[in-house]
Design a protein around this ligand. Structure first.
Ligand code: NAD
Length: 516
């Protein structure tokens, strides 16, 4: 087995790559408006009621019509997953990993096709879509190797004593309910789903309602890779209608959720109550929101800092859990950094994500659009508007990259996750004060520090309380295996997707000791 290596990103300046991508984009654009079923026990199920997936860049354009699961479907999906668990849990880790290796190879061959659908369904720029697809490939390559390694080395880590044969195995948990968000509709869905199945669990997957088409297309890859029927059930549906039902179900062994703090806390609470007939304590694996800061010290490379802030705040219109929404700048360099960030931001162009002339695209849907605009109105009362401050073209859900200066560290826009292209600047007296401000939210996901001062970097290393801390670089763009990803406090259950311990959460260790 060759060692894991992250999937390289596509160089769109290469004419052949550009052409190959454009062809896939055209192909996808010619295949819009199709119907996509649920899949339960490998069987396709159509429903009368549909989820309509729209292109956020062109509201009028329908990407596809997805079947919409009812509670009855959710019940059938749970029963199927439980039935199939009995055989899948007993397959070898190498066999299960084999499905992931094959799925990764298929996705690699069809990389541009998937990225094209991400551009259309999620409003990602081609580079952002390419990174999403690459990350999905990485998760499969990484978790497949990790499962094999865990299986083959766990017993060797035990202390051996004479006269006994001792064996430690990581066995599956059971049926997992997997609930991903729309913002990494491929990578995060793939990560949580394939971590589950490679560990021997079976899955009921409820994708995000704004991105069901990409979920269905990935399900087809799993089938092509040889995944047996019923290992994953795909049931798009309303969180309110089937979400609680799945979480509360007595056969649910764990919930793997990535999404907002609000929904995550609800699931955490529901999952902690035992249902009649339930035999286990449900596990909650949660990756939640963020309110991420970049701190700039007085002796930092200010140009690098300004560029890092702009990329972290506005790529994909700020719709990343890791996006920078707080720029905390030490007093001496505050005006200089602010001025440069505003200048760079004013140069950003906003428009149709499929058009490479635009730097950033839309936000995901009407609900997000209205919510972000409301936050911008709040910001107008809390800071000095420097640029943006309202909608872009009305053809899609476009919002101009918005910066507020001189915002109090305790302002609403500095504390609540906005999940859009809104950045607040706040002035710190000195570096220590900057770190205090950086730690003043209930989240703890990502953060970055720009400084050339070694003792300040070391202070940040120990005091800046976030799961992913970056020095002298942007705070977005974690790579599987290289930057294991996940946050503290209200940002989640302190685990690391794409890290060496991730699969432990999807397994339970069993010890067998035999007297010789
Ligand atoms: P969301 O919480 O609105 O939805 C997430 C998922 O939960 C969706 O599939 C949704 O349909 C489902 N859902 C909604 N109500 C439910 C219910 N009652 N029961 C069960 N499921 C329910 O989040 P979103 O808008 O899809 O994603 C954006 C959020 O995700 C942001 O807060 C972002 O920070 C967070 N996020 C975190 C990470 C991370 O690694 N920490 C990564 C990506 C996104």
């Amino acid at each position: 087995m060759i060692p894991y290596r992250p999937e390289p990103f596509t160089n769109f300046k290469d004419a052949a790559e550009e052409e190959a991508f454009r062809t896939q984009l055209q192909k996808a654009a010619q295949s819009l408006g199709q119907e996509y079923p649920l899949v339960i026990d490998g069987k396709r199920v159509m429903t009368d009621e549909k989820i309509v997936s729209r292109n956020p860049s062109r509201k009028a354009e329908v990407i596809g019509y997805s079947a919409k699961a009812t509670q009855q479907h959710a019940e059938e999906a749970m029963q199927s997953a439980y039935r199939v668990l009995q055989s899948w849990a007993r397959t070898s880790s190498r066999e299960r990993a084999g499905v992931l290796f094959k799925a990764a190879a298929i996705l690699r061959r069809r990389k541009h096709e998937f990225s094209a659908w991400l551009v259309l369904e999620a409003g990602k720029s081609r580079a952002e879509a390419d990174a999403d697809t690459a990350e999905a490939i990485d998760f499969m390559e990484y978790y497949a190797r990790q499962m094999i390694e865990m299986d083959e080395t766990s017993a060797k880590k035990l202390v051996s004593i004479p006269g006994e044969d001792n064996d430690l195995r990581y066995i599956p948990l059971g049926v997992g309910v997997v609930i991903p968000p729309w913002n990494f509709p491929l990578a995060i869905m793939v990560g949580m789903t394939t971590a589950s199945i490679v560990a021997g669990n079976t899955v009921v997957l409820k994708p995000a309602s704004t991105t069901p088409v990409i979920a269905y297309k990935f399900y087809e890859i799993l089938e092509d890779a040889g995944m047996p029927a019923g290992v994953v059930q795909l049931i798009p549906g309303s969180g309110a209608e089937i979400g609680d039902f799945l979480v509360e179900h007595k056969l649910t062994r764990y919930v793997a959720f990535t999404g907002s703090r609000e929904v995550g806390l609800r699931i955490f609470e529901l999952a902690s109550k035992t249902s009649s007939g339930q035999l286990w304590l449900k596990r909650f694996i949660g990756e939640l929101g963020g309110k991420d800061s970049i701190v700039v010290d007085r002796d930092a490379d200010l140009e690098a800092a300004a560029r890092g802030i702009v990329v972290s705040a506005f790529n994909f219109s700020g719709q990343k859990c890791s996006a920078c929404s707080r720029a905390i700048i030490v007093d001496e360099v505050y005006d200089q950094v602010l001025e440069r960030v505003v200048e760079l931001t004013k140069a950003l162009t906003v428009g149709d994500a499929s058009d490479p002339r635009f730097d950033t695209g839309p936000v995901i849907d009407e609900h997000a659009y209205q919510r972000i605009l409301q936050y911008i109105e709040t910001g107008k009362g809390e800071g000095r508007l420097m640029c943006g401050g309202g909608p872009g073209s009305e053809e899609g859900y476009f919002i101009l990259p918005t910066i507020f200066a001189d915002v109090s560290p305790d302002a609403v826009i500095m504390k609540e996750e906005i999940f859009g292209p809104v950045l607040g600047f706040t002035r710190a007296r000195d570096f220590k004060h900057a770190l205090e401000i950086a730690n003043n939210t209930e989240y703890g996901l990502t953060g970055a520090v720009y400084s050339r001062n070694r003792s300040h970097l070391e202070l940040a290393r120990s005091e800046f309380h976030v799961g992913n801390l970056y020095f002298n670089r942007k705070c977005t763009g974690a790579i599987v295996g290289v930057h294991p990803f996940g946050g503290f406090n209200m940002s989640g259950t302190d685990s690391k997707a794409g890290g060496p311990d991730y699969l432990l959460q999807f397994t339970q260790p069993k010890l067998v000791s035999e007297q010789l």
